[in-house]
Ligand binder design. Structure first.
Ligand SMILES: NC(=O)c1ccc[n+]([C@@H]2O[C@H](COP(=O)([O-])OP(=O)(O)OC[C@H]3O[C@@H](n4cnc5c(N)ncnc54)[C@H](OP(=O)(O)O)[C@@H]3O)[C@@H](O)[C@H]2O)c1
Ligand SMILES: *[C@@H]1O[C@H](CO)[C@@H](O)[C@H](O)[C@H]1NC(C)=O
Ligand SMILES: *[C@@H]1O[C@H](CO)[C@@H](O)[C@H](O)[C@H]1NC(C)=O
Length: 278
């Protein structure tokens, strides 16, 4: 364990404690060799050691990575949970990031959100055909990040989730709530999977049923399993300009309640950042 002095913090999805931070190492504990005071880092905190809405936080070495000068603290702080979840959801569908993947069609729902904007970009990195849903105001943004087809979720066509070009989805990175299995079922390919990152009880029971009946089309609940290798991979993509963190808004620590409200409302475009003064 070591102490990190931060100048930037990230407010993440409302159902999680604030655990994503980026800043500067203030001090290191005994036995820590990989980091020293002054290192610029990105970390995902483990909530047993306290959260991140403070000027200092305690991070564990195995979920902390160095942040190269090309990556600002705000851009780095956006990554751990949101991009980590997008990455693991895409891998669950079968996406490969080393050029060995086969072509697939994916749907990203709530593509303008914290997880969705990373999911669209990562899916394009994996060479997939991407259909995305978002509100009308974000259609151009989501296209500019590489989405091949974009649906406005508030229109009747958008609500069906059908790809305008008639593609069936091999996988769905499902980043919103309120869509029933009967909506997904007709738009999935024969062995299509819906990766639900906010599963409720119905979804968990449905996925258990799919697994015991060897269903070909499946609902799969996903809970991020945090790991350093993924965080390193993602920071590397940011460094190389192959991934972008889109920032909805920034708030000083003194206005953290406004940041929290903005997050809870569910209408952010990208990540909400809380900044610590120097
Ligand atoms: N399993 C995990 O490990 C994990 C990790 C991170 C997050 N999560 C969960 O995943 C969900 C997504 O989180 P997030 O931070 O990405 O969300 P978010 O940033 O709050 O998403 C907001 C965006 O979604 C759009 N949106 C809202 N409803 C939509 C719909 N029905 N269809 C299409 N777009 C819609 C909004 O557009 P408008 O403003 O235009 O309405 C807004 O741009 C949350 O429930 C969160 O708790 C799970
Ligand atoms: C879970 O979400 C689905 C899709 O919106 C909904 O149909 C179902 O009623 C919800 N179940 C519970 C237990 O909230
Ligand atoms: C990180 O280190 C802690 C404490 O040594 C250990 O309990 C945990 O399993 C490790 N986590 C990972 C992802 O390696």
């Amino acid at each position: 364990m070591f102490r990190l002095g931060f100048n930037l913090f990230l407010l993440i999805a409302p159902t999680f404690a604030v655990t994503d931070v980026a800043g500067v190492v203030a001090d290191v504990g005994p036995g820590i060799n990989g980091f020293q005071a002054g290192d610029q880092v990105v970390a995902m905190l483990n909530s047993f050691n306290g959260g991140g809405l403070a000027e200092y936080a305690v991070a564990s070495e195995n979920l902390t990575v160095k942040r190269p000068p090309e990556v600002s603290a705000a851009e780095g702080a956006g990554l751990p949970i949101a991009a980590g979840t997008a990455l693991q959801a895409l891998r669950t569908i079968g996406a490969k990031f080393d050029g060995t993947g086969k072509p697939m069609n994916v749907l990203v729902t709530a593509a303008s959100g914290g997880v969705g904007l990373y999911a669209v970009q990562l899916a394009k990195r994996a060479g997939l055909h991407v259909t995305a849903t978002c509100g009308a105001r974000n259609v151009e943004l989501v296209k500019s990040l590489g989405a091949d087809e974009v649906l406005d979720y508030r229109t009747p066509e958008g609500a069906t989730l059908q790809s305008p070009s008639g593609k069936k989805y091999d996988g769905v990175v499902h980043c919103t709530v309120g869509t029933s299995w009967s909506t997904f079922e007709p738009v999935l390919a024969a062995t299509g999977k819906v990766i639900d990152i906010t599963p409720n009880l119905t979804a968990i029971l449905k996925s258990a049923l799919h697994s015991v009946t060897f269903a070909r089309k499946r609902l799969v609940p996903l809970l991020l399993s945090p790991n350093k290798a993924d965080l390193e991979f993602l920071v590397g993509l940011l460094k190389d300009g192959k991934l972008e963190t889109l920032i909805d808004s920034r708030f000083p620590l003194s206005e953290v309640s406004k940041a929290w409200e903005k997050s809870i409302e569910g209408h952010a475009t990208g990540k909400i950042i809380v900044e610590m003064g120097d």
